[in-house]
Design a protein around this ligand. Structure first.
Ligand code: AMP
Length: 114
């Protein structure tokens, strides 16, 4: 998926502020942070969205959550708490069609979100 923004970040063709990496996932700071800590965790393989996760993507969501835990630890927010968000489709305002977990933390986050 050479035209996919996050595939290009995974490939190193577009720069990003990478904070952590595993064999299956990459974590980098969001360019437009919505919280003091706002990191995106993406699978290295191209998956369109959470709605496209299928049996042959076995382990892909686990890989995102496991790397998010490590990022939360490294960012010092694992104990204070953090929010993990998966946007899917237009009404959720998903803007990049590559599965990604938002890790938001560093302040008391409003609930429900707007
Ligand atoms: P979503 O709206 O759930 O699709 O989230 C996409 C996120 O990607 C947004 O929060 C954007 O700010 C973020 N974003 C877009 N381009 C980049 C980029 N080049 N590097 C890091 N984050 C980006």
């Amino acid at each position: 998926m050479s035209e996919c923004l996050f595939c290009q970040i995974v490939a190193g063709d577009i720069p990003a502020r990478v904070v952590a990496e595993s064999d299956r996932a990459l974590a980098f700071y969001d360019v437009a942070p919505q919280a003091p800590v706002h990191v995106l965790v993406v699978p290295k393989e191209h998956v369109e969205s959470a709605d496209a996760v299928a049996a042959d993507h076995s382990g892909v969501v686990d890989a995102l959550v496991l790397l998010a835990q490590r990022v939360a630890d490294d960012e010092g927010v694992r104990d204070s708490g953090y929010r993990l968000v998966l946007n899917v489709g237009a009404d959720a305002q998903m803007s990049v069609a590559h599965l990604h977990l938002h890790l938001l933390a560093g302040r008391r986050l409003a609930w429900p979100p707007g």
